[in-house]
Design a protein around this ligand. Structure first.
Ligand code: AMP
Length: 412
């Protein structure tokens, strides 16, 4: 199946050509005809599957020609995603004469208001700033025909659902709605019931399966050696570009500082950075000026960063879904990638949850020649050691018939 047979307009096909896309991705094959036919669509697909073009191409085809009032609204959870999706629309729409703009917070209103005054066909926005514009009277949604709720589960995580509902209420009832979400928790299910009409669900691949080209490895280590192990990994791995994920902004700053002191070209991405700093970090990482990007989950979610060769989880994610999102950065499209996770003893339950979630036991690997301090984690892979919960390590049988741990001692 080629793009030509999907029913897209000639001008939109020119945009597809100019982007160098040859074959539609699975989600594009399924979503494009449905959206062209006027159906509401729920897409559960990871980023990197081509989901942006899956909704942008049919919508641009339907718009046909420029009008003054915005007819398309795409809601995104973060500024970066909003900017990225607007760029995708801009690229794909370049031969159509249609216009678009992006609205997000953290920057002045001036340019956004000017663009709105000129009139745009497609609005890509984060919920808060869009509501601000509506409140100021600089924007209205009365002409919206196509509404896209992108990364809905992340909007839920970030507490945006009440804003999303307020926005949906301001759109006409006669409209087409698409929703994209990696997972469909109950709150999203009820949003679907409320905001969509007889939606068709498209699931691309098993929702839980990370990109098959990704190799997963866990590196167990004592807490005190985490940063040194990270440094050693960066030394030994032949990488082009690495994202290092940390649990908090503070830890991301600390790790970035540490890596810089050790002569790595590092950029940091988290929500305490200004918009300009975040843009500089992303641009520098994309064009190769920075080889390492240290990021938190929220900041990096869904960003289209091409050619990431390695993802390193410096901190184990607390939610298995975040593991999938993080490693979604690597192994995108045809590229292969590696996902490394640094694990300390207290991470064990989170690691088990991830392994259950991806239905896969991740191999534990020790770096040859690294001066490891002892950690109970090393006992787990020994023959006869219990698998399962790390608490049971205390009952491991050691050589010489000794037992370790209170339970055993009491029974004797
Ligand atoms: P997305 O999942 O929308 O973030 O897209 C991920 C990346 O895939 C983006 O860089 C797109 O430009 C690219 N892409 C989307 N559709 C195709 C396609 N049919 N062929 C090749 N690349 C594509």
């Amino acid at each position: 199946m080629s793009f030509k047979t999907l029913g897209l307009s000639e001008k939109v096909l020119q945009g597809v050509n100019a982007m160098g896309y040859v074959d539609p991705t699975p989600i594009q094959l399924r979503a494009i005809p449905l959206i062209l036919a006027g159906r509401d669509v729920i897409g559960s697909a990871q980023t990197g599957t081509g989901k942006t073009a899956a909704f942008a191409l049919p919508i641009l085809t339907k718009l046909d020609r420029h009008e003054r009032d915005a007819r398309v609204l795409v809601l995104e959870p973060t500024r970066e995603l909003a900017a990225q999706v607007e760029t995708a629309f801009r690229d794909l729409a370049r031969f159509t004469g249609l216009s678009q703009t992006v609205l997000y917070g953290g920057v002045g209103y001036g340019l956004q208001t000017e663009a709105l005054t000129r009139g745009v066909d497609v609005l890509v926005a984060t919920p808060g700033r869009l509501l601000d514009h509506i409140g100021r009277g600089t924007c209205h949604l009365r002409a919206i025909k196509y509404l896209v709720l992108d990364e809905a589960d992340r909007m839920l995580d970030m507490g945006f659902l009440p804003d999303v509902r307020r926005i949906v209420e301001k759109c006409p009832r006669e409209r087409h709605t698409s929703l994209f979400s990696a997972t469909i928790p109950p709150q999203i299910e009820s949003l679907i019931q409320w905001a969509m009409k007889r939606p068709e669900t498209i699931e691309i691949g098993a929702r839980r399966t990370p990109a098959e080209t990704v190799k997963h490895v866990i590196y167990p280590v004592a807490e005190a050696q985490k940063t040194n192990l990270l440094l050693e990994l960066l030394k030994r791995v032949n990488y082009d570009s690495v994202i290092v994920f940390c649990r908090t902004k503070h830890r991301a700053d600390r790790i970035a500082h540490f890596l810089k002191r050790n002569n790595h070209a590092v950029a940091v991405l988290h929500s305490n950075r200004t918009q300009r700093e975040r843009e500089q970090a992303l641009r520098g990482f994309r064009d190769g000026r920075f080889e390492v990007l240290v990021a938190t989950d929220i900041a990096a979610r869904g960003l289209d960063i091409a050619d990431v060769s390695h993802v390193i989880n410096f901190d184990v994610p607390q939610h298995p879904e975040d593991y999938i999102h993080r490693i979604g950065r690597t192994g995108r499209a045809e590229a292969t990638g590696d996902a490394f996770t640094v694990m300390v003893a207290e991470d064990a339950t989170h690691v088990y949850a991830i392994e259950r979630f991806i239905s896969q036991k991740i191999p534990r690997v020790k770096l040859d020649g690294f001066a490891y301090q002892y950690t109970a984690l090393f006992e787990q892979d020994k023959p006869g050691a219990p698998t399962g919960h790390p608490g049971r390590v205390r009952g491991v049988r050691l050589s010489g018939g000794y037992y370790f741990g209170h339970a055993r001692r009491k029974r004797r």
